[in-house]
Design a protein around this ligand. Sequence first.
Ligand code: ZN
Ligand code: FE
Length: 252
Amino acid sequence: MIVKIIPCLSDNYSYLIHEKETGTVSIVDPSEFNACDKIIDKYKKLDFVLNTHHHADHVGANLELKKKYNSKILGFNSDKNRIPGIDILLKENQKYKIGNLEFEVIFIPGHTKGHIAFFFKKEKIAFTGDTLFSLGCGRVFEGTHKEMFNSLNKIKNLPLDTKIYCGHEYTNSNLIFCLKHDPKNSYLIEKKIDIEKKLNSNQPTIPSTIAEEIKTNIFLRFDDPVIKQGLGLKDSSDVEVFSKLRDLKDSF
Ligand code: ZN
Ligand code: FE
């Protein structure tokens, strides 16, 4: 499984997936036709479009790509009226094959009501859209904080060496927020060096891994006593701590 990162718009990432044995080509969250088509051009085909959620910066090129390549568009069943050109309606926990690659649909509402992640179990790769970012999480637009919290816990429970490919390059601003509320975290301080090196040479900070995120991403660290204490929420529940952090980030 080869994953190519396609920077789109100002800070979006679309991804091309190439499965060599059958030559299957897929794209995750095509934002922009031209940027995606330039990479697809090498393969002269596009079999599948995988959408994590309905937002325009994730489905923007669906129809043009479908028109040019006759691709099949996959998205969550409850978003069948919001994902342009949708052909295949996915269900929670469903397994689906693109060529020889199999992914599992993880239902992770919160950012939107129908948000999903694509988890390639064998390859240990997950596309998390706007739910889990490197060092951050998406805004809660359509769901509740509790839903987002549950969704992040589902991702947190994936195998530790799972690679995370997310929808945006927000890592640097997320880093500043994490450092503000978790300043003594040595993993975070170490990661800062790596992030700055990558960004300074115009490289994506993606992919991250579940293990790294658990150690550094404050939105997965709601159970850390030091963070709870720092927020003045020593006796609060994990979901209350998460909600507080999400609210603070909204106005950060
Ligand atoms: Zn979004
Ligand atoms: Fe987005």
